[in-house]
Design a protein around this ligand. Structure first.
Ligand SMILES: [Cu+2]
Length: 387
């Protein structure tokens, strides 16, 4: 008798295991079946692929040769195309909307992937689990109340149920972990070597954007003051005083301008206390920690203005240090760079720039390089070309 019970219990456990596996693999089936990921998932590879092709400094230089923005000297077109005007944001795009409860529309491959995980994996699982628990509660209330079921069962073990309620949650968690860890791993892959670097420094209470690849100029970014209210940042204009101003408490005097459609190496640090850079529509939030650099690749798919805020309590004006990223086509970004004194495209100096200090190298130091054969022995493999 006893052994018969055991055999039945074991076979029920095996069936339960099969059922659990089938249920828990649902997310994978969804991943395989859903049409959405087909676009975002391979798109993740885009930054790396474009990295090797697009931002090639040499190629850019060649492009610039035929470009009026190039250092060939000004032409009639230069003034027209080089005149940079801040972009007017599209209402509701790259910014929060009134009454919005979902995630903001995404403008980066990682953002689309993350948004897909939220919509196609997490929300269905949450809905199924919630409905299942609700169903079980209703069954218990209806079938096992004192009137309907006066003599309670005294069962204390049920192998089938115990196997199921242990295995099923484990498999659900594994199902969620697979795309999540995949996204995390991709997000923190180092930027390609040729990516444009932008350094973001958090200060109490404004941001500084540095462009080491573009002549090392820096831009300080302060929130615009609110009309009719005491100024938050002395000397800064009021929001709405220019045609391109975005929402109050999100718009700034100087935006962080970057090129769209190419990988950007963001390096984030802080000068005083811990801040955090976060832009919801670009799917990133990185702590800005004094004495330390946090890095990630940012790839913005299309030109636009994207708003975010400091996401770490950093003092009394924490709420007044928004982040505004303006992504522009490459030529317009170059034009913006050249509006800054010392601004340079891909390490080259503009034609009207003062010659860099490298010409001031002492004659003695420069002399060995004038003889190429002298320089060769430095490489160990060719250490004795003359011997
Ligand atoms: Cu802050």
């Amino acid at each position: 008798m006893k052994s018969g019970d055991n055999v039945r219990a074991a076979s029920r456990a095996i069936r339960a295991l099969g059922l659990s596996v089938a249920l828990a693999t649902l997310p994978y089936a969804a991943i395989a079946a859903a049409p959405a990921p087909a676009a975002p998932v391979p798109a993740i590879a885009a930054p790396a692929a474009e990295a090797s092709a697009a931002p090639d400094r040499g190629a850019t230089a060649v492009q610039n040769a035929g470009n009026p923005l190039n250092l060939e000297g000004p032409t009639a077109d230069v003034a027209a195309s080089a005149a940079y005007t801040p972009m007017t944001p599209t209402p509701g795009v790259g910014m929060p909307v009134d009454g919005g409860i979902g995630l903001q529309k995404q403008f980066s491959p990682f953002g689309e992937y993350g948004h897909w995980i939220h919509d196609a994996v997490l929300m269905p699982l949450i809905a199924i689990i919630t409905l299942l628990v609700l169903l079980l509660l209703v069954i218990v209330v209806v079938r096992f109340n004192r009137r309907a079921n006066p003599i309670a069962s005294r069962t204390s073990h049920n192998t089938l149920l115990e196997v199921m309620w242990t295995l099923l949650p484990v498999l659900i968690l594994v199902g969620i972990a697979v795309p999540s860890i995949d996204l995390i791993a991709k997000q923190y892959k180092p930027a390609p070597a040729k990516a444009l670097t932008v350094k973001i420094t958090g200060n109490q209470w404004f941001w500084t954007y540095s462009y080491p690849d573009n002549g090392e100029f820096e831009v300080n970014s302060y929130m615009l003051n609110l009309p009719g209210q005491a100024p938050i940042n002395a000397g800064v204009r009021e929001v709405g005083s220019e045609a391109w101003d975005g929402p109050a408490q999100l718009e700034v005097d100087n935006r962080m301008v970057v090129p769209a459609g190419e990988p950007i190496r963001l390096q984030v640090t802080a000068a005083d206390v811990i801040h955090s850079v976060g832009v919801p529509s670009l799917w990133f939030k990185l702590d800005a920690v004094p004495g330390r650099i946090n890095e990630k690749v940012l790839f913005i798919e299309k030109p636009g203005v994207y708003y975010g805020q400091c996401s770490e309590l950093c003092g009394v004006k924490h709420a007044y240090m928004p982040i505004v990223i303006e992504a522009l086509p490459r030529e317009q970004f170059n034009a913006w760079v050249l509006t800054h004194s010392g601004g340079a495209i891909d390490g080259q100096k503009p034609a009207n720039a003062v010659q860099a200090p490298e010409t001031a190298t002492p004659a003695g130091a420069a002399a060995p390089a004038t003889n190429p054969t002298e320089a060769v022995p430095a490489a160990p493999t060719t250490a004795s070309p003359s011997a």
